[in-house]
Design a protein around this ligand. Structure first.
Ligand code: PLP
Length: 339
């Protein structure tokens, strides 16, 4: 038996999803004729309190389509050093979007208005126009910190006052909303476009959504087409997405409780975990006190049937999800302790 904590992307679809997929009414989505895709997009727009939504194959495509929609080539975008957009999208910002990046350091997922202002260049012949601020919530895929709505609102207002648009990569925004005891609409209000993943904690096999105004979603749909992401009978996949939105959100609480249990168990066993940073479903383990390299640690864990991901020379990430049960958490702690 394996307990796989590498990511919540390893979750497999539920029986209810498989049934819904089999029964889905479908049509050609490029022609706007897939009723199940339309229903998923309608539900998402409603849930996020935006005018429209777009179903895409992945979070990466959602991010790329969003940046293409919100910028022109040669523009400058501001984002934080640890963002998925900057680190894990194959150089897409440069190669696909043709934008240049200004990286800010952040404290716990917060960008101060001073730090943002310092990256906004004045308009001029020599300067690249700074047109977009990209945010993430939960923040940092190796920590999963929940960024509160009031911070996002203040920063969004500041950005807007300086002529920037705001994009929110909310791959795990439902986790953030649950941790903050708020809803995704409140966290999304400051952003022009927001992405959410269906294939992480919500356990769908495939898919992400973008939500925003009618105009921006229409433009994003063109960009999705340009990226080769227009699809045909995608209702088969959207059917799982509907189950994800309707039935899988509330249970993310269990993942958070398991992450907390895991973090506390690891600390009790002598490991170094910053408990204040365990806010959603991600636990980041610092192995420097043990003097053990992350790769070596994960290799040994794997021999005991536990999979985790090295995310630095001394850092290991463990992500809880629906296919990890509460009674398996002590087994993980035991395996780590046995070293
Ligand atoms: C996982 C993730 C993505 C990318 O999603 P894929 O579906 O794997 O392409 C983008 N942003 C964040 C913050 C993520 O965690």
């Amino acid at each position: 038996m394996t307990i796989d904590l590498r990511s919540d992307t390893v979750t497999t679809p539920t029986e209810r999803m498989r049934e819904a997929m089999r029964a889905a009414a479908v049509g050609d989505d490029v022609l706007g004729e897939d009723p199940t895709v339309r229903e998923l997009e309608r539900l998402a727009a409603e849930r996020f309190e935006k005018e429209a939504a777009l179903f895409l194959v992945s979070g990466t495509m959602a991010n790329q389509a969003a940046v293409l929609t919100l910028t022109d080539p040669g523009d400058q975008v501001v984002l934080h050093r640890n963002s998925h957009l900057y680190n894990l999208e194959g150089g897409g910002l440069a190669a696909t979007c043709g934008v240049q990046v200004r990286v800010v350091e952040t404290m716990e997922g917060r960008i101060s208005s001073e730090a943002l202002e310092a990256e906004i260049q004045p308009a001029g012949l020599q300067e690249a126009p700074t047109t977009l601020l990209c945010l993430e919530n939960s923040f940092d895929l190796n920590r999963g910190l929940a960024v509160p709505a009031d911070h996002l609102e203040a920063l969004g207002a500041f950005a807007r006052a300086h002529g920037l648009r705001v994009y929110l990569d909310g791959a795990r925004i439902f986790n953030a909303a649950i941790a903050l005891d708020t809803d995704v609409a409140a966290l999304s209000a400051p952003a022009d476009l927001v992405a959410v993943s269906l294939s992480k904690g919500l356990s769908c096999p495939v898919g992400s959504l973008l939500v925003g105004s009618e105009d921006l979603i229409r433009a994003a749909r063109r960009m999705r087409q340009r990226l080769g992401g227009g699809w045909r009978q995608a209702g088969i996949l959207a059917a799982a997405g509907i189950v994800g939105l309707q039935e899988m959100v509330e249970r993310l609480r269990e993942d958070h409780a398991n992450a907390r249990r895991l973090a506390e168990g690891l600390v009790a066993a002598g490991f170094s975990v910053d408990l204040q940073q365990v806010q959603t479903n991600i636990v980041l383990l610092d192995l420097r006190p043990q003097g053990m390299r992350a790769r070596e640690f994960c290799r040994r864990l794997a021999q005991r049937g536990v999979r985790a991901r090295p995310v630095g020379p001394w850092a290991v990430r463990m992500v809880t999800h629906k296919d990890v049960q509460a009674d398996e958490i002590p087994l993980v702690v035991e395996a780590a302790h046995a070293g």
